[in-house]
Design a protein. Structure first.
Ligand code: OOG
Ligand code: MG
Length: 270
């Protein structure tokens, strides 16, 4: 039996193994009841395992900042997850579906944090630290069977974070984010549409939420960090082929999902 004290590393290990083997945690797996603090501790332990394998933190992401996302997943509280360099693909780059369980894609607004910020600092001004804004794509891939979870479970699973892609940075003063159309395409087909106003009314309104959550968790944003504000639309199943997100007046970000990105020893070829 695991005692409550063992729960955090145990959950982190199960979720880490699920991610690395692209095999979901079965609904039959005994699962401890986690409170939200334990769930965030599990997330931190999960990220620590990735850091121990050589990945580096590159920023933070918010989840459930839009009605569309909350309704789709049956969760109604803003959550925070942690991004590493191992999760980032280049603009126009490949997303290997073989490494993922049941990936979905969603459009994001990304902020570049130009000066280091300690979210626990009572005088923190996160908005003033922003030096870039970009369109983003996020690939989420719940490590739970059926993409089903409650709030503590999705928090422990690092908010389903799997991959992300950033478009070109624009200077914040060149960009209007007030009620701007957001379009997600698979190939030429529009698969989801929304507006930046769906993100808590305005994407910048996510910043105080991030400060509140991140401050409690003792999170920092070193200079050069990325913040994903949360999807304005529902997430859509990621299928092989090109996918893009466009935020009007801000830009477009592209990726290509591939069913088998075989390496030199793989069975690629024809
Ligand atoms: C959790 C991730 C939520 C967002 O943008 O709202 C998220 C999930 O939907 O599985 O990334
Ligand atoms: Mg997201």
């Amino acid at each position: 039996m695991t005692t409550q004290a063992d729960v955090v590393p145990h959950v982190a290990e199960l979720l880490d193994t699920a991610q690395q083997s692209a095999t979901p945690v079965s609904t039959a797996t005994p699962w401890p009841q986690l409170n939200l603090d334990e769930a965030y501790a599990s997330q931190t332990a999960l990220i620590a395992r990735r850091h121990a394998r050589g990945e580096h933190g590159v920023g933070l992401k918010l989840g459930f900042t839009s009605e569309a996302k909350m309704r789709q997943m049956g969760v109604d509280e803003v959550i925070v997850g942690q991004l590493t360099d191992g999760m980032q693909a280049a603009d126009g780059g490949l997303i290997d579906l073989g490494a993922l369980i049941h990936p979905r894609v969603e459009p994001e607004i990304a902020f570049l944090i130009g000066t280091a910020v300690d979210l626990a600092d009572p005088d923190v001004d996160l908005e003033a630290a922003i030096t870039g804004v970009a369109a983003g794509l996020e690939i989420i891939d719940s490590r739970y069977d059926g993409f089903r979870f409650d709030l503590p479970r999705v928090v422990a699973d690092n908010t389903s974070a799997a991959m992300f892609v950033l478009g070109p940075w624009r200077a914040p003063d060149e960009v209007d984010l007030d009620d701007i159309p957001v379009t997600l395409r698979a190939g030429d087909e529009v698969v989801a549409e929304g507006t930046t106003a769906a993100i808590l009314g305005h994407p910048l309104r996510t910043l105080p939420r991030l400060v509140a959550l991140g401050g409690r968790l003792g999170l920092r944003l070193p200079a050069g960090s990325v913040v994903l504000a949360g999807a304005a639309t529902e997430a859509v199943t990621l299928r092989p082929g090109p996918v893009s997100a466009t935020v009007a007046g801000l830009g477009t970000v592209h990726a290509v999902a591939v069913a088998d990105s075989a390496g030199p020893l793989g069975e690629g070829g024809d």
